[in-house]
Design a protein around this ligand. Structure first.
Ligand SMILES: [Zn+2]
Length: 315
């Protein structure tokens, strides 16, 4: 540990970083500062720490791309009802059968997994939600029971909005309804692709795809997951995933840490992955141009003057 130093952590990537004790994260409408004791917070700790969120002005360089794609009026409305929230690894946002209360918008490196719980209690990941999207009542409208379990996969900052308030806001804004409808279409595409991927692509391809997919969303090569966690998400045994990761390591694609992985050769890993991630990204590009993280909006870009999303204009 290098106590006393400051880590300036820019959630659009790992571009600015010193090793140290404090993390500063920029999120839409919120600054969050946490105290952190480990050298590499995302590998070693799960980011548990002191959290001091405070609201800032709407329009700050946000790192949830869906929120950043909002039009001016919609951004103002959501700023009134959105609150900052911090998710730690494994926090369960919703269980199957629960009434969905909140919509969660991952910011920066935060990731949510949708997991389907099987008869024997095991779980398989069906969708990964990062800063390109949101989780909770996106496809359905109104208060309905959740089908899948949603939990925090990578810890970090979120914005969250009570579903009932978001539904009210949607009633008053055609452009807001369109944006969420378009995102719901992308989410469906993601799940369709996951079904096909699980059916035909081998575990090596799927593991590489998962690592690339996580990197695309977090903008960082650090994957703070143990082999057990990765195996559970991919629905395979730990020894199986251990062999796959061992092969990756031998080829110099990844390095393993005590509680995580670091991608060493992105290009080769990308070449090894199946094309499912690219297919989903292409659909995001077609439907919500600029919202998928890999094609993210630069902080300098003013989406409201030069819309990045082909959301139809209000009449
Ligand atoms: Zn695939």
């Amino acid at each position: 540990m290098n106590g006393g130093q400051t880590l300036h952590f820019q959630t659009t990537g790992l571009g600015e970083r010193d090793v140290g004790a404090t993390i500063f994260i920029v999120c839409p409408l919120v600054d969050i500062v946490i105290a952190q004791d480990n050298d590499d917070p995302r590998v070693e700790s799960g980011m548990h720490g002191k959290i001091e969120p405070k609201l800032t002005a709407p329009g700050d360089a946000g790192t949830n791309n869906l929120l950043r794609a909002l039009r001016d009026h919609d951004a103002e409305v959501l700023a009134e009802i959105a609150t900052p929230w911090w998710g730690n690894f494994g926090d369960v946002l919703v269980q199957p059968g629960d009434t969905v209360q909140y919509v969660y918008f991952p910011c920066g490196p935060s990731l949510i997994s949708y997991l389907v719980v099987l008869e024997d209690g095991s779980m398989v990941e069906t969708a990964l939600i990062g800063r390109e999207g949101a989780a909770g009542g996106i496809v359905s409208q109104g208060r309905l029971p959740a089908y899948a379990r949603a939990e925090v996969q990578f810890p970090g900052p979120f914005m969250r909005i009570e579903l009932v308030k978001l539904e009210e806001a949607k009633l008053g804004s055609l452009s807001l309804r369109h944006l969420f409808a378009r995102y719901a279409d992308c989410l469906m595409a993601q799940i369709f692709q996951a079904v096909a991927c699980n059916a035909v692509h081998n575990i090596e391809q799927r593991t590489a795809k998962w690592l690339i997919s996580a990197m695309d969303r977090t903008g960082a090569p650090v994957i703070p997951l143990t082999q057990e966690q990765l195996a559970a998400m991919l629905g395979v045994g730990r020894s199986y995933i251990s062999r796959v990761l061992g092969t990756f390591k031998q080829r110099g694609l990844i390095e393993t840490r005590r509680r995580g992985l670091v991608v060493g050769n992105v290009d080769e890993l990308r070449a090894l992955a199946c094309g499912c991630n690219d297919s989903v990204r292409q659909h995001f590009d077609d439907v919500l141009r600029g919202v998928y993280p890999a094609e993210g909006i630069s902080p300098e870009e003013d989406h409201r003057q030069a819309p990045v999303s082909p959301v139809p204009a209000l009449p």
